[in-house]
Ligand binder design. Structure first.
Ligand code: SF4
Length: 328
């Protein structure tokens, strides 16, 4: 199913720039903040990627098997099948960089101008941002539904850039294929927002039969990858962060043996607000308490936290966190 004119228009109004048949870029608010020296995102703080050099993109804009209730995207334009007529990885990476540059034009401070500039950009960072060095493959949709995802990651890596891929874990064969072909991203994140099948069905409203069992298959695969992996939880008050859930999440974490666990508070923004209001957003203290309980159950430590994003990261060693040159 191709992107309709109506959908394209609406997404561009929301700040997306469409690239080819099925990809898009949107400047992350943390990239903007960093260019204005107003702070960096938790992934820069935790892992050392640079928020101002980050390209937030997708290669599967409207393709996802799930309709998660916490999703801030417009689920009206979501199709569960594989991406049709896949564009080439080179076209996508080139298109992303060009679109990112265009979107950042507004930040530029023109030297000789009689008009008072409103931009508060740090122009050294703005210059550097013309060449994004990190690709965050998490803007929307399920990236493993793009059949050339491995080649896309290889293309990004061949340019000396890092890639973070976030998956819903419903395509274990593709994860296996990436491992065999040595096309795993710099860091692979699997979203796990439910401690058990009953809540999974309610939370993800998946079009995929046996989605819970398939996710568990992916968690098994994760345990054997030996690369940088993250088990990411998005917690909603009075839904998926009750005390009785701690042990269940701990069992899933022990199955996946991830390098890191992200315990993150849900954000009531975008289209998610229609389903879950501000009162369902846990504060940082509630997130930290839940993270501490989980750490006790999993024999992991709370390695760091980012209060503004209401997230804590669990793991074994703080020294593993920063990405080392050989790991891109
Ligand atoms: S890594 Fe994520 S949060 Fe950080 S700047 Fe990129 S898209 Fe934004």
């Amino acid at each position: 199913m191709a992107l309709s004119k109506e959908a394209k228009k609406e997404l561009e109004k929301e700040g997306y720039r469409i690239i080819g048949n099925h990809s898009a870029v949107k400047i992350c608010r943390w990239t903007k903040k960093s260019i204005r020296d107003e702070g960096v995102c938790f992934k820069e703080q935790f892992y050392g990627i640079k928020s101002h050099l980050c390209c937030q993109m997708t290669c599967s804009l409207i393709n996802c098997q799930n309709h998660c209730i916490h999703c801030w995207r417009n689920l009206r334009y979501t199709y569960s099948n594989e991406v049709k007529d896949p564009d080439s990885p080179k076209e996508i990476v080139d298109g992303c960089i060009q679109a990112q540059r265009k979107l950042l034009e507004g930040f530029k401070i023109l030297p000789e101008t009689k008009y008072k500039t409103v931009s508060k950009a740090n122009m050294k960072k703005w210059e550097e941002a013309q060449e994004p060095m990190h690709f965050s493959i998490s803007l929307s949709g399920e990236p493993t539904l793009y059949s050339k995802i491995g080649e896309l990651i290889a293309e990004i890596r061949s340019r000396g850039k890092t890639s973070f891929l976030v998956t819903n874990g419903l395509y274990p064969e593709k994860i296996k294929e990436l491992a065999i072909k040595k096309q795993l991203p710099t860091q692979l994140t699997v979203s796990v927002n439910s401690p058990n099948k009953e809540l999974y069905v309610k939370f993800h409203r998946s079009s995929k039969k046996d989605a819970w069992e398939i996710l568990n298959e992916t968690l098994e695969i994760l345990s054997g990858l030996g690369s940088r992996t993250v088990f990411r939880m998005n917690l909603v008050k009075d839904l998926n962060m009750e005390d009785e859930h701690v042990k269940e999440y701990a069992e899933l974490i022990k199955k996946a043996k991830p390098m890191f666990v992200h315990v993150k508070g849900f954000v009531s923004v975008g289209f998610a607000r229609q389903r879950l209001g501000y009162e369902r957003m846990p504060n940082h203290k509630e997130i930290k308490n839940f993270a501490k309980k989980l750490a006790r159950e999993t024999d992991l430590k709370v390695l760091d936290e980012h209060e503004r994003s209401r997230v804590c990261v669990l793991g074994k060693n703080k020294s593993d966190m920063k990405i080392k040159t050989g790991e891109i």
